[in-house]
Design a binder for this molecule. Structure first.
Ligand SMILES: Cc1cc2nc3c(=O)[nH]c(=O)nc-3n(C[C@H](O)[C@H](O)[C@H](O)COP(=O)(O)OP(=O)(O)OC[C@H]3O[C@@H](n4cnc5c(N)ncnc54)[C@H](O)[C@@H]3O)c2cc1C
Length: 412
């Protein structure tokens, strides 16, 4: 039976939810305070990460932890003032990263990630967005021979275990594949299953346009106004109040504010990240992660996009793009970057959960309310895959992947 459903948040996760529900015949209104795909889902590196079967865990070895605390290395940065408040959730993140628990999370995560490319594929075709997508994979590059050799061992093992396609390129093979590189890299793993997108925000906008063509409605409105309304929900929009039997919270890094107001204490936190484009005259053909310096170089429509690793800070604290400044220097070792395109870097926030699993399913204590957020480093990848899972749950069907690892009720 078709229902009226409000979807709050129009990033990759919310737009995919709206599409999946509309496709099933529901009357869906997608509500956001901004245009679709203009926040986190705009600013990422554009990877549809079929190889990401292992979510980012909290380091368990003291050498790495001490390196991060001492702020040596460019992959992680933090604001000391934010750490006290973050301590409980980070302690839980650390516990959930213990080998036995992490193994269970990998199994659950891999079961979802397996579907990420095929779930995107149908929407990319229907949205006419093939021009934005490359199917050639990406490069995980290393500067030191030792780190490269270690990764070759683990990557080939992961690839075998999860039936992933990867090629090992030594320094010479990498240079031959990407002649614009200045040289000096020990080698790279070429992950060949993932797809990459040259304008992530535009892909979300094309999905949103497809949703509208299929009869869905997009409205500007404030999710903070969500209120129970009889047996359903009501939200204020530019077009006045809108009511529906069901509502989905898909607010990415802002989900914690509304869920807290509704009385939920979920172990959510954010990892901020930055990007900037450069007018490089000669871009590498494939996106490249400099694994030892913690940044990605992604050839995009606006230029060569340099994205950074994780910054632990208050969501609203002023930007401190020190990782980007360092990445800019390191990236210049690898390529001719060219002049920055924007005057200031972009900043966004990855919506994270302490157990590294997105929150997908029925809100435990509210009728007709659904949660869909917490996709951390892989929300652009997983949006359509978890949207299908949520749509199947809303329709009371047997879901295509086991929903229990993602059930909001796991937090009580
Ligand atoms: C630097 C960086 C690189 C990344 N690279 C990748 C990558 O290569 N691949 C990948 O898979 N993931 C990547 N990610 C992660 C990915 O971008 C996120 O997981 C994903 O975009 C989250 O999508 P979302 O729809 O949940 O959130 P968002 O895209 O942030 O959408 C949330 C929406 O909620 C809206 N909203 C918030 N508050 C309100 C309100 N009160 N009322 C109405 N609307 C509201 C916002 O306007 C926004 O549109 C990266 C992230 C960063 C920061």
């Amino acid at each position: 039976m078709s229902q009226e459903i409000l979807v709050l948040g129009a990033g990759m996760v919310g737009v995919s939810t709206a599409l999946a529900l509309r496709h099933r015949g529901h009357h869906v209104v997608l509500v956001d305070r901004a245009a679709p795909g203009t926040e986190t889902s705009y600013g990422n590196a554009g990877f549809i990460q079929r190889e990401a079967v292992q979510p980012y865990a909290f380091p368990r070895d003291w050498k790495t932890i001490l390196r991060v605390i001492a702020r040596r290395g460019n992959d992680v940065h933090y604001h000391p003032g934010a750490m006290l408040r973050l301590l409980p959730v980070l302690a839980r993140y650390w516990r959930e990263s213990a080998p036995d628990r992490y193994a269970g999370t990998i199994a659950a995560y891999a079961a979802l990630v397996r579907h990420c490319v095929s779930e995107h594929e149908q929407w990319i075709a229907a949205a006419g967005a093939e021009d934005l997508v490359s199917k050639a994979g990406w490069l995980e590059a290393y500067r030191s021979q030792r780190a490269f050799d270690d990764t070759v061992r683990t990557a080939t093992m992961v690839a075998r275990e999860h039936a992933l396609d990867c090629a090992v390129l030594d320094g010479a093979a990498l240079q031959a594949a990407e002649p614009v590189l200045h040289g000096g890299l020990a080698g790279a793993i070429h992950w060949r299953d993932p797809w990459t997108v040259s304008d992530p925000g535009e892909l979300v906008q094309r999905y949103a346009a497809l949703f509208e063509r299929q009869g869905g409605i997009v409205r500007r409105g404030d999710a903070a106004t969500l209120q129970p309304d009889g047996s359903g929900w009501r939200v204020m929009t530019d077009a006045g109040p809108l009511s529906a039997a069901q509502a989905v919270i898909a607010l990415g890094p802002w989900a914690s504010t509304l869920t807290r107001t509704l009385g939920y204490r979920l172990p959510l936190f954010i990892k901020r990240g930055y990007h900037r484009h450069y007018a490089s005259a000669r871009m590498p053909s494939l996106p490249l992660l400099d694994a030892e310096r913690g940044f990605v170089l992604a050839p995009m429509r606006r230029g060569l996009r340099l994205t950074t690793g994780a910054e632990f800070a208050h969501h609203d604290a002023p930007p401190t793009p020190v990782q980007l400044a360092a990445a800019e220097r390191y990236a210049s070792d690898l390529v001719d970057l060219g002049a920055p395109v924007e005057a200031q870097p972009w900043m966004g926030a990855r919506p994270c959960v302490a157990d590294m699993r997105p929150v997908v399913g029925r809100a435990p204590r509210h009728r007709g309310l659904w949660f869909h957020f917490g996709h951390a480093h892989q929300g652009f990848t997983l949006g359509p895959a978890t949207a299908r899972l949520l749509a199947e749950l809303i329709d009371g069907e047997t879901p295509y992947v086991d929903p229990r690892p993602y059930d909001p009720a796991r937090f009580g």
